[in-house]
Design a protein around this ligand. Structure first.
Ligand SMILES: Nc1ncnc2c1ncn2[C@@H]1O[C@H](COP(=O)(O)OP(=O)(O)O)[C@@H](O)[C@H]1O
Ligand SMILES: [Mg+2]
Length: 348
């Protein structure tokens, strides 16, 4: 999309709230047009566009459904779109525009930290036991359960997710799929392999959960939980990711289905879906209490073969594209809701 020449935020626009999207790029985002009737200027900017001295920011703004280059005063509220575990910039912005005006202050969560939060909350029964990777834990899980799952503490998109299985003459190491496993024939080789792997990055280890399958496809259930224009948590959308038969990570999407469709023919019904929604909202409340100011998360669930419900992961910067097959109405709402929440914050 071509950007028009630079625009100043005019006095008329000044009567509108400026909602900042702190981002890592200045690419136009095509999905905010449904906010056109709101009294907001949506303003996308990068850290490098901030002039801290003069309190102005260079970026792009949505003007009559077109993104144009612009320079503006500091926003009234900021929706952080940089995937980061650091709050240096968000806190600095907040120190200028006001406490509580920036949300998703950090959004790259550590899986071990999330586990510790859930473990000490009313959601403890849904939390998959998660430890910082240690050889003795690996060996214990292999001895008692025959399998273990290892993944980066701050990973995403299923990258670096390993399933280790104890087999007759050694161990199988599978990365994301069951295709071409690495086979090692001694405990020492396995330990050495894992130590090398975990040297450069923090990994966590969990028991491998055998999730229920439909037609031999594993699936998970994702709830998108967002704060609305009155600051209340809601589940805006839900989706089920059905993964390839050869894969054990639901990030390898074979098809996307509504949760209702994915659960059709199983014993899980609407009541179960409402229950999962309640758990997701609770998770959002708990995380916000323990982590930072949050405006949206996604909560991924899996159902164990023993019917037990597990929270697989909580994501602080959910990928909205996952919901692209939802109705236009839902898809627009997914983009609009954080802007409505930002407007609510701007008006506080
Ligand atoms: N303990 C586990 N047992 C079985 N499968 C798991 C387990 N943890 C994760 N998975 C599978 O791996 C995928 C990726 O793991 P996840 O924790 O979501 O990390 P990422 O941040 O890479 O998405 C999950 O969607 C799920 O399908
Ligand atoms: Mg995940």
């Amino acid at each position: 999309m071509m950007l028009q020449q630079q625009k100043e935020v005019t006095p008329v626009m000044n009567r509108k709230a400026i909602i900042g999207l702190l981002s890592t790029n200045l690419e136009p985002v095509p999905f905010y047009n449904s906010c056109r009737y709101m009294p907001v200027v949506i303003y996308k900017f990068k850290k490098s566009g901030i002039d801290w001295e003069n309190k102005t920011i260079k970026g792009i703004m949505l003007d009559n459904d077109k993104w144009v280059k612009a320079e503006a005063r500091f926003p009234d509220a900021v929706y952080n779109r940089c995937y980061s575990d650091s709050s240096v910039i968000t806190k600095r912005l907040e120190s200028i525009i006001g406490s509580g005006k920036v949300f998703n202050v950090v959004n790259l969560f550590d899986k071990h930290v999330i586990y510790n939060i859930l473990k000490n909350s009313c959601l403890k029964n849904f939390a998959i036991p998660t430890y910082k990777y240690r050889t003795d834990i690996l060996l214990e899980l292999l001895r008692t359960q025959g399998t273990a799952l290892i993944k980066p503490a701050k990973g995403s998109m299923g990258s670096g997710v390993f399933k280790i299985t104890s087999v007759e003459n050694g161990y199988n190491i599978c990365l994301r799929t069951f295709l071409s496993p690495k086979i090692v024939n001694s405990k020492d080789v396995l330990i050495d392999y894992m130590e090398k792997l975990t040297r450069c990055r923090d990994y966590v280890i969990q028991p491998f959960i055998d999730f229920v399958k439909v037609n031999n496809h594993m699936f998970d259930i994702r709830m998108l939980v967002q704060k609305n224009g009155t600051g209340q948590w809601n589940v805006t959308a839900d989706i089920s990711r059905v993964c390839y038969k050869s894969s054990f990570v639901s990030n390898f999407v074979y098809s996307l289905k509504s949760v209702r469709d994915a659960l059709e023919g199983t014993k899980y019904n609407e009541t179960f879906i409402s229950y999962i929604k309640k758990v997701s909202i609770k998770a959002a409340e708990i995380l916000e209490e323990r982590l930072c100011h949050i405006g949206e998360i996604s909560v991924d669930f899996g159902i164990g073969n023993d019917d037990k419900l597990w929270i697989i992961e909580i994501n602080g910067k959910p990928d909205k594209e996952t919901f692209r097959d939802c109705s236009t109405e839902v898809f627009e709402k997914i983009y609009r809701t954080p802007i409505e929440y930002a407007l609510y914050l701007a008006q506080l």
